[in-house]
Design a protein around this ligand. Structure first.
Ligand SMILES: [Fe+2]
Length: 408
C-alpha cells in the first residue's frame, strides 16, 4: 500500500515510492528508492522534503494513523474545490477574443524565444550582454496577457521538447504577468517583474552543460554547482545599467521556499518578497508541467493539486490561492471528464468561476472514441452551449490523446 508520511517518520528499510517534491528540487536519481541508512534519511531531510510517499509492500511499514496516498489525494482535491467554490471572480473580461489574440501571441512567443536564446548564447560564450531588445519583448508579452491571457497560456502548452531553458523563460514570464494581473499590480511594476522573469535562469548558462542537461542523479558537488545558477545570474544582471530593483527579485528569489528550505539564502516566510513568493510558484509549475527529453510533464490539473499540497510547506498558501485564480483549477491544456461521460480539453478560463472553463469536447469516455470537436462554455446554462459539469481530470496518455492537437 502507498502511504503518505511526514519526513520525521522516515526510517531505514522503508521504500520511498515518491519524494513528493517535483523532479527538480531534489538531488535523487529516481523518484523512488529504498532507504538503506540513517545517512539516506538525513539526505532526504537536507533536500527540504517534508512529506513523501512510501510503498509498504516493498519496504517497512509505518505505524497507524497515516493517510493512504488515495486518501491524501482526495483530501487535497476537496480542499482545492472548496477553495475554488468560495473564490471571488477572476480578473476582468478579456478585451479581445482568444482567436484574435492567438495570432499576435504566436509571433510574440517566438520572438521572445529567439531573443532570450540569443541573450543566453551571449552569456554562455562570455560576450558582453545588453537587454535593450529584451525590454520591448517582455512588454509585448505583458500587453498580450492583458488583452486576453488565454492566448499566451495556450502558447506555453504548445512548446516543444527542444530548448527547454529558453521556452521555460518565456513561459515563466507570461505566467508571472498573468499572476500579477490577478494581484492587481501596476503596469510599470508588471513590466519590471516580467523582465526579471524572462531573465530568472540566465545563470544556468554559466553552469557546465554536462551538469545542466544530465538526466541522471547529480552528485553533491554537481547539485551545488547547479544551485549556483541563482547567484551567478543575479551577479551578472545586477551590474547591467537600467535594471530595476523589482526585476532582480525573480532572479534572486525563485528557488527560495516559504519554509526556509530553499536556496541560496534559505529565506523564510515574509523575508521573501511578494514577487519572490510568486516567482517560486510559477517556476515550479512550469517545470513540472513541461515535457523533457527524459520524462513526460505532469498534467496541468494534476500539477495544480500538487502545488496546492506543497504549499503547506514550500509556498505561501495565500499566494497559492491567488495563483490558482490566475491559471484556474483546470488550467488550459487539462483533459477533463464531464458528467455526461464526454471528455475535453480546457481551452479558455472563465471569468466568473474557477470550475467552469470553456472546454473543447472531443472524446466519448464511455465508448472510447473521438467526437466531432465542440466548444462548450461550462459557465452557461443548458441550451446555450453549457449545461455540463467537470467531475475530474484524466491523464491524456491513458487514452492516447495528444492534447496539443486540440489547442488550436
Ligand atoms: Fe532556476
Amino acid at each position: 500500500m502507498i502511504k503518505k508520511i511526514p519526513v520525521n517518520q522516515l526510517e531505514p528499510g522503508m521504500y520511498v515510492s515518491d519524494f513528493n517534491a517535483g523532479w527538480l528540487s531534489h538531488p535523487f536519481a529516481f523518484n523512488s528508492m529504498l532507504i538503506e541508512s540513517e545517512a539516506n534519511v538525513a539526505h532526504v531531510i537536507a533536500a527540504g522534503i517534508r512529506e513523501l510517499f512510501i510503498d509498504t509492500e516493498k519496504g517497512r511499514d509505518v505505524g497507524d494513523g497515516v493517510a493512504t496516498a488515495m486518501e491524501a489525494k482526495q483530501e487535497t482535491e476537496s480542499q482545492v474545490n472548496r477553495m475554488a467554490e468560495s473564490a471571488r471572480p477572476l480578473a476582468p473580461e478579456p478585451r479581445v477574443s482568444l482567436a484574435e489574440e492567438m495570432m499576435r501571441a504566436r509571433s510574440t512567443f517566438s520572438e521572445a524565444t529567439r531573443i532570450i536564446r540569443n541573450l543566453m548564447d551571449d552569456i554562455r560564450l562570455g560576450r558582453q550582454i545588453e537587454i535593450a531588445t529584451t525590454k520591448p519583448t517582455v512588454e509585448k508579452i505583458a500587453a498580450s496577457v492583458m488583452r486576453n491571457s488565454n492566448a499566451m497560456m495556450t502558447m506555453r502548452r504548445l512548446k516543444s521538447l527542444d530548448d527547454y531553458t529558453f521556452l521555460h523563460s518565456v513561459s515563466v514570464c507570461a505566467m508571472l504577468v498573468s499572476f500579477a494581473k490577478v494581484v492587481d499590480m501596476e503596469m510599470s511594476a508588471i513590466h519590471d517583474l516580467a523582465l526579471g522573469a524572462m531573465l530568472h535562469d540566465v545563470g544556468k548558462m554559466r553552469v557546465a552543460s554536462a551538469v545542466l542537461n544530465k538526466p541522471a542523479r547529480l552528485s553533491e558537488d554537481e547539485y551545488r554547482h547547479m544551485k549556483s545558477h541563482v547567484v551567478l545570474g543575479s551577479d551578472l544582471i545586477r551590474q547591467l545599467p537600467g535594471i530595476p530593483s523589482l526585476a532582480m527579485e525573480p532572479i534572486e528569489l525563485h528557488h527560495e521556499r516559504f519554509d526556509g528550505s530553499g536556496y541560496p539564502k534559505g529565506l523564510k516566510g515574509m523575508e521573501i518578497s511578494p514577487a519572490g513568493r510568486m516567482s517560486s510558484i510559477v517556476d515550479v509549475y512550469d517545470a513540472i508541467t513541461s515535457d523533457r527529453v527524459y520524462r513526460k510533464g505532469m498534467s496541468p490539473a494534476a500539477a495544480v493539486q500538487k502545488l496546492f499540497e506543497w504549499s503547506k510547506f514550500h509556498f505561501d498558501p495565500e499566494m497559492m490561492q491567488l495563483f490558482l485564480k490566475s491559471v484556474g483549477i483546470y488550467p488550459i491544456g487539462s483533459l477533463v471528464k464531464l458528467e455526461s461521460g464526454r471528455m475535453g480539453v480546457v481551452i479558455e478560463q472563465s471569468n466568473s468561476h474557477l470550475l467552469t472553463p470553456v472546454v473543447r469536447v472531443m472524446y466519448d469516455g464511455k465508448r472510447q472514441h473521438y467526437l466531432v470537436p465542440e466548444d462548450v462554455d461550462l459557465s452557461r446554462p443548458l441550451g446555450s452551449g453549457g449545461g455540463d459539469r467537470i467531475i475530474g481530470y484524466e491523464l491524456p496518455e491513458k487514452f492516447g490523446i495528444d492534447i496539443s492537437r486540440f489547442l488550436l
